[in-house]
Design a protein around this ligand. Sequence first.
Ligand code: PMP
Length: 453
Amino acid sequence: RISIRGIAAARIAELRETEAAAFRKARPKSEAKVGNGMSGFLGGVPMHWMTDWPTPFPILADGARGAIITDIDGNRLDDFCLGDTGSMLGHSPPAVARAIRRQAGRGLTYMLPSEDALAIGPLLQQRFGLPYWQIATTATDANRFALRVARAVTGREKILVFNGCYHGSVDETMVRLIDGKPVNRPGLAGEFRDLTRATKIVEFNDMAALEAALADRDVACVITEPVLTNSCMVLPEPGFHDALRRLTRAAGALLLIDETHTISTGPGGYTKKYGLEPDLFVLGKPVAGGVPASIWGMSEEVATRYGAYNLTKEPGYSGMGTTLSANPLQFAAMRATLEEVMTEEAYAHMDRLARRLDAGLSSVIDRYHLPWHVTRVGARVEFICAPGPLKNGGEAEKAHAPELEGAIHVALVNRGVLIAPFHNMMLISPATTAAQVSRLIAAFAAVAARLTA
Ligand code: PMP
């Protein structure tokens, strides 16, 4: 009997098959429309990630509100994926929807500031503690631009990332450690450069490796999430962030903290809650309540050095900025999000329910004696089908069990619950209810019972 993470392989295969059939049966209209791909789109989907869901075909959404998403067959799902954090604050938060409606007839993009922007600058300063900000449209771009500034002010080409990282489709972060050797990410399309020439990579939580990699004093910037969230979630060990800050400062390297996922920690992110001191800061996804927008900020010192750097340069195109960035629709949505949605009260609710979810899933895992664990950063909860805690990206990569996870995901959908596709991530929004959390725990228990029966 072959067993995968405590579950018989035959049982996983059987669950996959029966759940795929149940998914189809509940979605005849969807299957007719998208079952063979959507016409006119490469690969049958408007964005190729949509084929990464483990469901037989993508759920054809009809609409979403709060933490509920409905498909065109009338199925209602408790949404714990929440657009993989883009709608972490709920679908169409009422204050954001109002702000969008107000702006909708007053111009959508001008390449000029609006009065909402006047309010946003001080809000960002107060909330995230850095004095100077720029608006971009995606977290990918915000990271690209912040890295450019880091290189400009340090005069160094290299950056350093942690194995298992994801910071958007930023070319120079697309590296991995495989058997201890730095390589381009294996799946990367059309990449001819050896990215490891200018990107150093070490394991998360390995301070000795970090110190050694910084010793040449040729690294412009270390870019990291406070918690590795883009594989199976890896928490920093005690002292990690202090050591990271001390070592980067000692080596003259800047520290870029990417809060795009860890904003689940609180209204000021993990940075505010744990007193991190980044030189550069990036946040995308939910910062404008689901309207595409991102922010990147810098310290007084970086801003001063960047000003001095610019005096030495011929004026010309900086390689930063995109035409639709910092538009009035973004300002309106971001202002409403910061002022009315990302509040302490909202996060208190999110945190409370996330704790309940963590405890509920953990007790199911205990009840069925599964060699799995649950991890959490604020409103972001993940079950991992391997023992924990995980120490680094290498371990996180190995902790994935794609067949088993795929079977669980579809089985949860069939029980009315949607979780994130690339990992077993569940987010609590301000709109999520205790009843939804209870339904998720019950669905997880039902699936565990089937897998272990
Ligand atoms: N940074 C982190 C930490 C992320 O998780 C992601 C996306 N998953 C990004 C940046 C990129 O965001 P986007 O795809 O919106 O550019």
